[in-house]
Design a protein around this ligand. Structure first.
Ligand SMILES: NC(=O)C1=CN([C@@H]2O[C@H](COP(=O)(O)OP(=O)(O)OC[C@H]3O[C@@H](n4cnc5c(N)ncnc54)[C@H](OP(=O)(O)O)[C@@H]3O)[C@@H](O)[C@H]2O)C=CC1
Ligand SMILES: O=C(O)CCCC(=O)O
Length: 506
């Protein structure tokens, strides 16, 4: 294994940062910053211009995974014995360091993901909120119970202990916030982590690992392995490793199923935050401005690339035409372009695969009878130069047989469907194999209550397009996965509860 003893900040990209040492291109194994065993690398490309290589990063394999897990394991012995208060203090320092480095972390997120600087800064604050939340939760979340035993000779108690080595498999859409949403509660509980960022977006995770060190964590609490092309091997090595006790994934349902299969031989505890197909239901009595603002937020955040993105927009017939007109007027104002340009409101997508998915969904919908209400006709292909852009688009006449109705588009395409009755809307909304987020716009409390109970998702927004907050339980039902992240429930995902029964007679 080779190491140059630096953070590997050879690129001129590092000079974009106030603190260039946060530009790290090495994996993290204990105290070391290393190249991979294979010596192979992959490129991180700027989504705003595919010719720009932002960094060259180690391509890991099973040996690197094994090293990272060994590092996790040896640190776990010591770290699991720290007190909850010590861990709370450490997380608070990490939160402060994250916020103190907001400009640099946001720059890295813009360069690896392409989102706008405003969105990237918002992401860093969202990421820090999980650290501060779990700093507060650390002590409360470690408390056990005393149970009234039926047998008077017995005393029964529970204690909560860290589950052990945890694998955090991260997506590219909110690379830092999803890192802290997993690493925060894991560290609060006393676990150590092997983190695999998405191949497209490793830089913010690697910088964060440096902040973990600066916060004073023991080496080996957070280890990072990186891969793009070898993700199948690395993912399998993590899932099949007997010393990894828990895997937490945010990613597609396809990958979620694979991880669950691969983790079956060692029966790991899993948290699966997978794909969605969020319906938005706009009732006739909705406040139109509020509905438009919320729909655009839910549709266009991170250029439409979130698992809770509005995917099927159902509008009641009495408000349908007015809603469409207002949506078009507003969407026209979204300037698409380079994330670093302060006038940009919509950045590029992550890869050309993502652009192609939008193109294919629009083409398929048009073939099956949808109408193009706003945006260009999809070309048969896109040029293989420039950034990964798909223009904001509105389709009307969405129906069940279209791909866009059954798969998340993950892009700035708004597909609208007219409905007549509340029952019809509910039926369309629930006609999905996944159930993550849903949104309802109405001023009728009775409708809101019926919809909240009837929609088959893990999260519902009433008159809001934002479901995400560190204090709100985040997670889905059906094929959107299981487990809750954030909130007072998020830490238990990284713990075991042990019951202790003592015979006090004699
Ligand atoms: N819930 C969410 O937040 C996300 C949902 N998606 C959905 O997936 C669609 C396709 O996106 P795409 O990026 O191509 O998705 P993939 O399903 O190929 O990958 C999603 C994530 O899983 C990781 N991954 C892929 N294969 C494995 C594996 N064998 N073991 C472990 N991890 C693995 C990827 O890492 P790597 O990048 O290194 O390949 C990536 O981070 C999107 O359009 C969207 O619908 C995608 C990402 C996030
Ligand atoms: O899975 C995702 O798309 C990232 C989570 C989004 C959020 O927390 O709002």
């Amino acid at each position: 294994m080779s190491s140059n003893g630096t953070n590997g900040n050879t690129s001129s990209e590092a000079s974009r940062l106030k603190d260039p040492s946060l530009f790290s291109t090495k994996i993290v194994i204990g105290s070391q910053r290393l190249d991979s065993h294979s010596g192979k690398t992959f490129d991180v490309v700027y989504p705003g211009d595919r010719k720009v290589i932002v960094a060259t990063i180690p391509e890991c394999n099973t040996q690197d995974v094994n090293d990272a897990v060994s590092s996790c394991l040896s640190t776990f012995k010591e770290f699991s014995q720290t007190t909850a208060r010590q861990r709370s203090d450490l997380l608070r320092k990490l939160n402060d360091l994250t916020l103190a480095n907001i400009d640099d972390l946001a720059t890295l997120i813009v360069r690896e993901n392409g989102k706008t600087r405003a969105e990237a800064e918002a992401e860093v604050k969202y990421a820090a909120s999980f650290l501060s939340w779990f700093a507060n939760m650390a002590e409360v979340g470690c408390q056990g119970e005393t149970i009234a035993a039926a047998n008077p000779s017995m005393r029964i108690q529970t204690i909560r202990q860290p589950i052990g080595v945890v694998a955090c498999l991260l997506p590219w859409n909110l690379p830092l916030a999803m890192a802290t949403r997993k690493i925060g509660p894991a560290l609060a509980a006393g676990c150590t982590c092997i983190v695999k960022p998405a191949g497209e977006t490793p830089l913010s995770t690697l910088a964060f690992a440096e902040l973990v060190k600066r916060a004073g964590y023991p080496d080996g609490c957070v280890n990072v392995v990186t891969t793009l092309d070898n993700v199948a091997e690395v993912g399998k090595a993590i899932c099949e490793h007997k010393h990894v006790r828990k895997v937490s994934l945010t990613g597609s349902t396809r990958v979620g199923k694979l991880i669950a299969q691969q983790s079956a031989s060692t029966l790991k505890k899993l948290s699966m935050e997978l794909g969605g197909n969020s319906p938005v239901i706009v009732m006739n009595d909705a406040t139109i401005d509020k509905a438009i603002t919320g729909v655009l937020l839910a549709k266009l955040r991170t250029s439409g690339q979130t698992c809770v993105a509005a995917n099927r927009i159902l509008v009641q017939s009495g408000i349908h035409d007015k809603f469409l007109e207002a949506l078009k007027e507003k969407i026209k104002t979204y300037k698409q372009g380079d994330g670093e340009d302060s006038s940009t409101m919509l950045g590029p997508l992550i890869t050309d695969r993502a652009v192609e998915k939008c193109r294919a969904h629009v083409a398929d919908a048009l073939e099956k009878g949808a109408e193009l209400y706003y945006g260009p006709q999809p070309p048969s292909s896109f040029p293989d130069e420039g950034g990964f852009f798909y223009p904001p688009t509105i389709l009307t006449g969405l129906s069940d047989d279209m791909q866009i109705a059954t798969e998340e588009t993950f892009g700035p395409v708004a597909a609208i469907r007219k409905f007549e009755t509340e029952e019809e809307a509910l039926e369309i909304a629930n006609n999905s194999d996944v159930g993550l987020g849903a949104y309802v716009y109405t001023n009728d409390l009775r409708v809101a209550a019926r919809m909240s109970a009837g929609i088959e998702t893990g999260m519902i927004g009433i008159n809001t397009g934002m479901l995400s907050a560190c204090e709100a339980p985040f997670g889905g039902v059906k094929e959107s996965g299981y487990g809750k992240e954030g909130s007072i429930h998020g830490m238990a995902e990284y713990q075991i509860m042990k019951s202790i029964t003592t015979d006090v007679s004699g």
